[in-house]
Design a binder for this molecule. Structure first.
Ligand code: PLP
Length: 431
């Protein structure tokens, strides 16, 4: 068989993998016959349930039953400060200071709240820069923010585009975009990793260009959507000078469906408590929170953007999940992720080489520094039928129009053998 020589390589790579036991921390879905040998490649959409998360949720349900309102103050992890249990872990994962991160709300909600503070359009500078193929919710958020300030969304929302015929951008595209829009940009609000192509953008370079074009007054704020980046790729938000960011936790971070999101605000900005925001009592200085006064005293940290009291049952799974990330460490995870995605590409290329005519292309950059763990295939004919056939054969992937199938081997619970088996299934479906 065309792939046979890669089976031995998968075995060899897996035997050198010191994270191979981590998959025991997770619960795999069962197939129709009750077997849980599913090849799960959709950790980029909804991560698997960590066993530790179930324990954490049960702990909070028990506390609620035993303590009721006293649970806010009198327990091991009091509910009034519960959000702080995950700030340090999130900060480590995204390369921020603990004071720069706050778990709160959901992703698009956070993008809106942050844009209230950091998108301050003027007649001269009113544009919002997004990545081409940005997630629709981000586009709607940007459009509605522009319209809210009285600007035409079609003019105000601009995209960092690849050259005609390309899926992914390069340095030249970035430079060209800033030359064209730099003097009119008010904020960048783009993904770190694009949800369709899987491209990991050079956030540091983009931030530096925004600072250059924003001039001495730093008139361009840099906001980043971390949905597909957090827990997936190495991030240094603070050192790169990113101004604000938001991310969800239900993908790579395995927080559960619709789990709590988070916001990041650079210390230099968070310290400035005069920055306009939509306020709520949980952004108030804790000393004043229960004094029930009429005056809002924002915390000089990302917590100053928190509005409501923390949704404990949405956060509890994450307390369990994030510990695995900090125990393993992002550098170790990334090393395995690079190995997995490179091997997956090698396997897929081998299938491609054996097809009589070209049936698909790999859309994700081949340069390992420009991708996370997701590898996206553009299937030319009947992509949905191909995805269904993959699923029926035990490989869970997903489909995004026009013809994209996303395959995300995550380093926490996928192996090189999973990648090999995916390629075997792909070959059986296509050839
Ligand atoms: C890049 C990106 N932005 C925004 C969203 C929307 O997230 P939410 O529904 O949590 O607001 C998603 C969801 O998958 C996403 O991938």
């Amino acid at each position: 068989m065309i792939l046979e020589q890669l089976r031995a390589k998968a075995i060899e790579l897996d035997s050198a993998d010191n994270l191979s036991d981590c998959k025991e921390w997770y619960v795999f879905p069962k197939d129709d016959k009750g077997n849980n040998n599913t090849l799960y490649f959709t950790g980029n959409s909804l991560g698997l349930l960590p066993k530790s998360s179930r324990v954490m949720v049960e702990e909070e349900l028990d506390a609620w039953a035993r303590l009721a309102v006293d649970g806010h103050f009198h327990k091991e992890r009091p509910w009034v400060t519960y959000h702080q249990n995950i700030a340090a872990d999130l900060a480590e994962i995204i390369g921020a200071k603990e004071t720069e991160v706050c778990a709160m709300n959901t992703l698009t909600v956070n993008l809106h709240f942050l844009m209230v503070s950091f998108y301050k359009p003027t007649k001269e500078r009113f544009k919002i820069l997004l990545d081409e193929h940005a997630f629709p919710s981000d586009i709607y958020a940007a459009q509605s923010q522009a319209a809210f300030h009285g600007f035409d969304p079609d003019e105000a929302v601009v995209f960092l585009k690849a050259k005609e015929g390309n899926w992914c951008i390069d340095d030249e595209d970035i430079e060209r975009c800033f030359v064209e829009h730099g003097s009119q940009l008010s904020t960048v609000m783009m993904s770190a990793v694009n949800f369709k192509t899987g491209q990991f953008f050079p956030v540091e370079k983009i931030t530096a260009l925004a600072k250059k074009y924003g001039g001495a007054q730093q008139e361009i704020k840099v906001g980043i959507d971390l949905a597909h980046a957090a827990g997936n790729v190495p991030l240094r938000l603070h050192d790169w000078g990113v101004d604000y960011a938001a991310g969800c936790t239900y993908k790579y971070l395995n927080g559960g469906p619709g789990s709590i999101a988070f916001a990041y605000v650079h210390d230099d900005l968070a310290k400035d408590t005069s920055i306009h925001r939509f306020a709520g009592w949980w952004g108030n200085d804790p000393k004043a929170r229960f004094a029930m006064t009429d005056t809002f005293v924002p915390l000089p940290t990302a917590e100053g953007w928190q509005v409501s009291n923390a949704p404990i049952l949405s956060m509890a799974p994450l307390v369990g999940s994030l510990k695995h990330f900090t125990d393993v460490g992002m550098d170790t995870l990334r090393a395995k992720s690079e190995s997995l995605s490179s091997f997956l590409i090698e396997c897929i290329d081998t299938v491609e080489a054996a097809t009589p005519i070209q049936l698909f292309e790999i859309v994700t950059p081949r340069n390992v520094d420009e991708r996370g763990c997701q590898v996206t295939l553009n299937i030319f004919e009947k992509p949905e039928a191909v995805r269904k056939a993959l699923q029926d054969a035990g490989a869970v992937t997903d489909f995004r129009p026009p013809g994209l199938i996303r395959v995300a081997p995550t380093p926490m619970y996928n192996s090189h053998m999973d990648c090999f088996r995916f390629a075997e299934i792909l070959a059986s479906v296509l050839i």
